[in-house]
Design a protein around this ligand. Sequence first.
Ligand code: ADP
Ligand code: MG
Length: 450
Amino acid sequence: MIETQWSDARQGLKKAVGAGNYRSWIEPLELENVEDGVATFAVSTAFVANYVAQNFTDQIKHACRRNGLAVDRLRFDARPDRVPARPQPDAAPAEPAKPRDAAGEDGFKPDSRFTFDRFVVGKSNEIAFAAARRVAEGGQVIFNPLFLHGGVGLGKTHLMHAIAHEYRQRHPDKTVLYISAEQFMWRFITALREKKMIELKQLFRSVDVLMVDDVQFLAGKDSTQEEFFHTFNFLVENGKQIIISADRNPVEIADLEDRIRSRLQCGLVVDLHPTDYELRVGILQSKIEYFHGIYPGVSIVPGVVEFLAHRIVSNVRVLEGALTRLFAMGGLVGRQITIEMAKDCLADIFRASDRKVSIDEIQRKVCEHYNIRLSDMTGTKRLRIYARPRQVAMYLCKDLTNRSYPEIGRRFGGRDHTTVMYAVTKVKELMTTDSAIAEDVELLRRALEA
Ligand code: ADP
Ligand code: MG
């Protein structure tokens, strides 16, 4: 009996609240019973319950009364384990939201190799390491967000996983969600398409610790940024810890909304610097221990570690790759790992690592190419014949060196970092529309990398 009354009431509500609201909020409601003027509805999440209560209470009461249900008050029971019984015509059946499993649902299990124990600390990463340790303890949130940035392969993801391990161990009842910015975007897009935004919002907002890796990926993705911003604010306001990583400082991420940029900066921003020689030796030694476990028969002659630490300066991932290769080779041919063997087996890695282009070199080459003077590169002339080469040079500096936007700006006559950012965007764009520029850039790049 109450089923038909509720079903009629819902038809009325469809008109009252509009089709979109109806499908998102009213249709999923299940009327359980009406007792003493209280109508109890089962809903999938607390988030839905709050939203409906705040926005549609009057309309629902009204519709119920018009259809003969004596209702004065509404009650919403959040039942996370509940699968909506009714099939939804043009959407896949909504899955029950299970915030506790949030992390698992993403397929995220912290990589068991990425722990604090196995992170080798040196001058270049000690602050990032200390900050990560502090956040992993939990307790009162003191910096929010923790923003880790640094070049590729310097240990950002490793530290985030380590935080997840440690935090989960200390707080097994809390939810930690790690997600890459890219996954974040795909989840968002999928939820929009499948009309599951509410579940997604609920998922992100129900966590105690949210980690988003590689946020530079969000640059230029406006609606994903918007969603990220709201999630971010919600969690910060509720005292939840957020940890973010990117390959550069928030100021340097172009195409990021200003309010997001400033939000990202308002916690603790720490960078992982390129490794120095001692740290590389330390990392190699610790990894070699690990490899000895896998290839017990392979030994490494003295001097190889120092040799590798000298020759491979780019990043830790490459360093690891080199060791993996050497041990695999050693295992295969049943030999010691010697410097000779390393030279032979890692020639391509050395070549890539040797190429160290400086800003000076880039400026000189670009001047030669466009036939302008070096002083025009750093000077203030705005004519296109100077401005364009300058922009190309800035672009190449960003592309071929590890220098940051502000550093590059300084080397171009003390220009602002935003000028450099603009130049980089501009050249990228020109390269797709102007084949002459694209050729110039490619030629210069090859000349510089040779
Ligand atoms: P990022 O996310 O900054 O690009 P990763 O965290 O993926 O870099 O690190 C790349 C690889 O180098 C991983 O295998 C990681 O374990 C290792 N690594 C990076 N820094 C260190 C370190 N300080 N000690 C031990 N291993 C490290
Ligand atoms: Mg990473």
